[in-house]
Write a protein that binds this ligand. Sequence first.
Ligand code: LMR
Length: 335
Amino acid sequence: MKLVASLLAFAAALAGVGAHAQTPAPIVIKFSHVVAADTPKGKAAERFKQLAEKATGGRVRIDVYPNSQLYKDKEELEALQLGAVQMLAPSLAKFGPLGVREFEVFDLPYIFPNKEALYRVTEGPIGHRLLKKLEAKGITGLAFWHNGFKVMSANKPLHTPADFKGLKMRIQSSKVLDAQMRALGAIPQALVFSEVNQALRSGVVDGTETPPSNFYTQRTHELQRYLTLSNHGYLGYAVIVNKKFWDGLPAEIRAALQGAMTEATRFGNANAQKENEEALEAIRKSGKTAVHVLSEQEKAEWRKALLPVHKEMESRIGKELIVEVYREANAASSR
Ligand code: LMR
């Protein structure tokens, strides 16, 4: 009896070893990004990780690397194309330098009168078409993630365009943002995100533009005394994967990841505005940065200075695309 029990135990152990040997190593997706974990993008990435690992029953592991830990934003797109990372969510401004200039339409000042107009573009045929354009670069676009509308900051009050004269303002590497700062009389300086605070400290730049969530989580409020709630431009992301990697995944894994992405996108986009409002509140409470709300007169002056950038950038972005976006914006406003 004892012998039978021992034999059975031995057989069970062998079966266990066999089963263990057959468990394949998980597919690892490295998801690199440049902002803090407690931002709209950082939180959506974490949510995607949880949902994706659950939906695939552990067959996929998502390793999220925030805060430019792995790559700075200049290098990360290259790393994705080479397959060193599998997933990113660069801001839409970062696709112009990759050669897909149409993405710069998102950088045009005041192009979206409200969130509805923006959603009509990202969730509609225009957004779909733009993501498709990435395929020629070996990239599959999965979703648009929102952050919010940008504020301007410096160590002097920025109430009207005249206040920008001669200020060195940090921009992302985008020709549209370059034109935007010049239209205000400022001197644009393209810098990667991880170098902004150091550049502010050393005087390489005097000011910056970003949504409150990035401003607060990078602790830029400790370096900039004045902030203007200009909401003059949009900052959002495209979640992208290396196309070869994505196409090579088993179909059922891809479907599960797609489902997780849809859900994470819904979660992230529903929370982005709240995150920015809370960040703004925290900036105000810090007492380090004075927050200016533009008067109607000031708003009109900003618009007058910045709207000509649309025309100026027509030949770069494509007039038809700009007009298409206007149409969506009108449709959103007339609802
Ligand atoms: C930036 O460079 O300012 C942004 O791309 C940072 C971000 O939100 O990813």
